[in-house]
Write a protein that binds this ligand. Sequence first.
Ligand SMILES: C[S@@+](CC[C@H](N)C(=O)[O-])C[C@H]1O[C@@H](n2cnc3c(N)ncnc32)[C@H](O)[C@@H]1O
Length: 552
Amino acid sequence: MKSPELQQLKEIIQKRKSEILELNDCVAATLSSVNRSNGNKTNGPYDVLIYSENGKKKCKYIKPQYKPFWETKIQNYKRLKELFANWMMLEMKYTQLEFDFQISTKENTMTTSTETINKTRKKQLRQDANYIHIMKYMGSKRELLPDIKEFAKKLLPKGGTILDIFAGTCSVGAYLKNDFTVYSNDIQAYSKVLAGALICSSNHKEPLIFGKMISSLEKYYEKNLKTLEDLFPITLKTSNDFIKIKKDSWTNQQRKEYISFCESFPGPLNNFTSNSKELKQLKEEYFKRASKNDLFPYIQTTFLFSETYFSFHQAMQLDSLRYAIEQTFKTETEKNIALAALMYAHSYCSSGTGHFAMFRDLKTISSAQDVFIYRGKDVFEFFSNKLRELVEFCDFNKKTKHQAISSNYIDLIKSQTMDTVDLVYADPPYSFVHYSRFYHATESLIRYDYNIPEHKGRYRTDRHQSPFCQKQNVEEAFKILIEACARSSCHILLSYADTGMINMERILELLKQNKFSVSIKEINYDHSTMGRSGHKTNKIKEYLIAGKVRDN
Ligand SMILES: C[S@@+](CC[C@H](N)C(=O)[O-])C[C@H]1O[C@@H](n2cnc3c(N)ncnc32)[C@H](O)[C@@H]1O
């Protein structure tokens, strides 16, 4: 043992009369007496302490679910296992772990490190030419992009085709598109539009010009907006008067008046009792369009989400931009890029907490004050700023083979598409929350089909229930995915979190059963809880798990 730190550790262990074991690269010891989480002392050997000779600070207690990680991380694991056979039999109950090894075994090359994504990293990404951000999205991997690229390049050193099978905001595909051919897939229609804008736009022959795009859509935007303003002047004025209230002058009385204004709006299902002719007409116009969705003026958001996520005027702006995009742009790429800019405005002007699962209640003055910060945002300005950025971000006339797909992953992995894929990047949902419920308003903005939604949250009735969000189905969902990759001889790169629906041990077992050689990177990550107050982030561990197809 060379380092003073390790020497000191050895002494500490010896003082505790523990068994001690030294191997080439680490020292491990059972602790004869450790504190259990319930405060009782217990006689070991229940726990193990491991320090690496060549690293900095290492080790701690090991949770059972991490066993497979360190099995592959520690050299001479077999010997360690023999010596600690006793310990291996026992259930581990301890919670602390900080692993930071870089150790190889004959079988696998394992690179695992712990890295906390911090503010500097976020700042650097914003200056990265391959990075663009479109919408607030639960589980978005935008801050892990360099790690994903590093792993992808290890698996596919000479480029090749990557299928991002659960692409969401397409942040990963957009970041990798200059190094690989990217197939981007997600079951949600909005994701395909984003893939078209951020990834496949490189095939568009003519470079797009921001000024030209804005000036050609403006007249349609004004036409739709003016028509809506003329149809609903009283409602618009009432809504705008609330926006004029200064942040600190909100009173309880005004808050109550605002709530009853919101409640006077017709919903798709509620018993509409208001005497307002305007609001009656709004409802009638909506239902006319349920069977003919291209009628002028566009009013879907104005009916579905006014005074919930958006002010009356913001909702009209969103509808008017949607109309203008449909009328102005004739090529898919132009349309996709403009719709991506619209999704940005929709996400950032909404007073929701970054998703659309439920609009915020207005129980207190401070919640009303916060909601009205968002009501004051100008949708057109948000749209046009993002459109400018998008046009700069996209490369044109590149003749790539990128693809935008909108399929259920189950169907896609059975299709011929897999024949040309070298690596599947899979970032499935890892909580019980279905994306189709959280982003139904984004889906409707894109599909613009005047659907008749259900529940107070006005969710689409055709929303997809993902097996990855269902405890009873998640294991089978992973199994199907991993087996399909093995069958097609594709490498697999998985993103998953320690808070997932299935434990990491089981995922690793599935990979091993399918003869993948596995590497893992563990990343400490502050996940947004998408709340506006209290704990805004959760500390979780994100894992990048690479399964390399073995050469036969
Ligand atoms: C964790 S998110 C992906 C986030 C993405 N990597 C990003 O950075 O934005 C998971 C995605 O899986 C999609 N999804 C869920 N079930 C699916 C299925 N059966 N087939 C295809 N996509 C699915 C969801 O729509 C969601 O966008």
